[in-house]
Design a protein around this ligand. Structure first.
Ligand code: NDP
Length: 295
């Protein structure tokens, strides 16, 4: 038997359909159009491409998309002044500063300046703080971790009372996804580069989240039969037979783990499509909050 495939593209499609319906209602009944501002500093081609696809998706969802682009040598004051202006603009409900920023900029300070109500990436220290506290709710949940949880829920995977093992403790994926699972009453174990027996620890998991950035590290004998495995990793591996000379693989050895897991996300087409969908979801939530429709 092979695992049930968790199709991130299809689930993201459901989310977009829900967003489009809500946007139509928001416009008609309240005269509000959600607006997302993207801030790009410099010419990093990967960042440019991420920003373009976010802007394109905004348009598809019926949002206003405001693209702000500063030169690579923009001083800290200019980036801060831009964030302040966007904070004050009532037509903007979400501000996304594309990371990484050029090295001379104080990234933590810039992210901390984004208004809490517009922090659609969910990385503001106050949002992360609330995420890490019992009984508190952040205004926005970080997009990739939020996407992992949506994949589980919408695939009918029970979280409450289950053992969840998270491979990776980064601020953008491992740590927040662990907090989200804890909020949903899973018992969590967070692994990292100093964890002693990874295969043994992973085998305890009913839910295994892999976010390490190591191609195909998780093998079938790391996985408990029937477990739900979410592969966040996106790794390039050389492949002379591929048009671009490489292909993308996850942190999970898909073909191997597919023989044991109960549920499994592919790479690409699993967590990847969910990240932008959750960003749009957060922007919509920002617009609804600004209109007084939600807390
Ligand atoms: P980071 O490099 O920031 O973190 C990796 C984590 O994995 C660290 O906690 C590190 O441990 C741990 N780790 C690394 N190697 C090992 C190892 N051999 N054994 C055990 N633990 C290890 O990565 P990110 O969290 O930013 O990203 C993880 C993966 O997810 C990447 O492939 C990235 O491309 C992908 N990603 C995908 C997204 C999507 O939209 N699908 C979005 C964001 C990321 P330690 O802390 O001890 O160093």
């Amino acid at each position: 038997m092979t695992a049930q495939l968790i199709d991130g593209k299809a689930i993201a499609g459901q989310i977009y359909a829900e967003i489009e319906a809500e946007v139509a209602e928001l416009k008609e009944k309240h005269g509000v159009t959600p607006g997302l501002a993207t801030v790009l500093v410099g010419e990093n081609p990967a960042s440019q491409s991420y920003v373009r696809s976010k802007q394109k998706t905004c348009t598809t969802c019926g949002f206003n998309s405001i693209g702000e682009h500063l030169p690579a040598d923009a001083p800290q004051e200019d980036v801060e002044a831009l964030v302040k202006r966007l904070n004050q603009d009532p037509t903007i409900h979400g501000i996304l500063v594309q990371l990484p920023l050029p090295k001379h900029l104080d990234e933590e300070k810039i992210l901390g300046m984004i208004s809490l109500e517009k922090d659609v990436d969910g990385f503001h220290p106050v949002n992360i703080g609330r995420l890490s506290m019992k009984g508190r709710k952040p205004l926005f949940v970080p997009c990739t971790p939020g996407g992992c949880i949506e994949l589980l829920i919408r695939s009918g995977v029970e979280i409450s009372g289950k053992e969840a093992v998270i491979l990776g403790r980064s601020n953008i994926v491992g740590l927040p996804v662990a907090m989200l699972l804890l909020h949903r009453d899973a018992t969590i174990t967070i692994c990292h580069s100093r964890t002693r027996d990874l295969p043994e620890t992973c085998r305890r998991a009913d839910i295994l989240i892999a976010a390490v950035g190591r191609p195909e590290m998780v093998k079938a004998d790391w996985v408990k039969p029937g477990a739900a495995v979410i592969d966040v990793g996106i790794n390039r591996v050389e492949d002379p037979s591929a048009k671009r000379g490489y292909r993308l693989v996850g942190d999970v050895d898909f073909d191997d783990v597919n023989q044991v897991a109960g549920y499994l996300t592919p790479v690409p087409g699993g967590v990847g499509p969910m990240t932008i969908a959750m960003l749009m979801w957060n922007t919509l939530a920002g617009a609804k909050r600004a209109a007084g429709l939600i807390d």
